[in-house]
Ligand binder design. Structure first.
Ligand SMILES: Nc1ncnc2c1ncn2[C@@H]1O[C@H](COP(=O)(O)OP(=O)(O)OP(=O)(O)O)[C@@H](O)[C@H]1O
Length: 259
């Protein structure tokens, strides 16, 4: 099952640059929450703080709290590796490991976590994860072929299979369809809709139609001006954000008056 995320007074900095200011939000379990907003308003930055991925950028840090089912991801005794196992990430560009086969790519997270697994358990896991990513039928006869030999849309679904193979609670997706053609985009959107039964999903997208199509909740982020920190304007049910937003800034953005 997916887990709920509570974000409290989150501020994110890249060195001296204050990138995101005082974010407070609840991301419900087993729903798709989309982050939208103009370029540079901090959508990806906030997403990355939800599994401490920003920490791999030298000088990046945050203050405030991110709670996964009430447990602070930033508590002193929390292991960031464990956080990233529970909260998986799918990136903008499909990034299968180039030297690995389809099968090895699916198992990569498990082997990187030093988990010993029998051949038959591995076979079952590969099939389960690829079925979960709606890719099994397309690749079941060529599991030992290189992952990078697949089409862009298939590679992205392979990365989703790799992410779910470690049994996360949450899946973060940073513009997962931006490099895909419309047919592959629809396949990934359908998949997102199915995956929410098992996971909590947070997706950053530039595409408002995509947010409207595949999310239950939408958070609109904005920025006052260049050099200013981004902030969350409002987060609500997707229908409310697109039809009756409470805030004029949101209304202006979704009606295409800026951004
Ligand atoms: N690694 C980094 N080092 C320094 N500044 C960064 C870094 N990553 C992002 N920023 C800055 O933080 C701010 C927020 O960036 P972020 O990428 O989170 O915005 P975004 O809303 O996701 O933008 P886009 O829609 O263009 O991807 C921007 O001013 C950006 O330049």
């Amino acid at each position: 099952m997916g887990q709920r995320i509570d974000v409290k007074h989150l501020n994110v900095y890249y060195g001296k640059f204050h990138a995101v200011e005082d974010i407070n939000m609840v991301i419900p379990a087993n729903k798709v929450t989309a982050f939208i907003g103009p370029s540079g308003c901090g959508k990806s930055t906030v997403l990355r703080t939800l599994n401490r991925m920003h920490e791999i950028t030298p000088g990046a840090y945050c203050t405030g709290e991110v709670l996964l089912e009430g447990k602070n991801l930033y508590a002193k005794d929390t292991d960031p590796v464990e956080v990233r196992r529970n909260v998986g990430m799918v990136f903008q560009r499909a990034n299968p490991f180039p030297t690995m086969s389809i099968r090895e790519n699916v198992l990569a997270g498990v082997t990187l976590n030093n988990k010993k697994i029998s051949k038959s358990d591995a076979d079952d896991l590969v099939e389960w994860a690829l079925r979960g990513a709606n890719l099994w039928e397309e690749v079941k006869d060529r599991l030992d072929n290189p992952g990078i030999g697949l089409s862009g849309g298939q590679q992205q679904r392979l990365c989703i299979a790799r992410a779910v193979a470690v049994h996360p609670q949450v899946l973060l997706m940073d513009e997962p369809c931006s490099a895909l053609d419309p047919i592959s985009t629809l396949a990934v959107e359908d998949l997102i809709n199915e995956l929410k039964h098992d996971y909590t999903i947070v997706i950053v997208t530039h595409n408002m139609q995509q947010a409207a199509r595949c999310s239950d909740y939408t958070g609109f982020f904005n920025i006052q001006g260049i050099g200013k920190p981004g902030h969350l304007v409002e987060l609500d049910e997707t229908n409310t954000i697109f039809q009756h937003p409470k805030n004029e800034e949101t209304e202006n953005y979704i009606s295409g008056r800026f951004g």
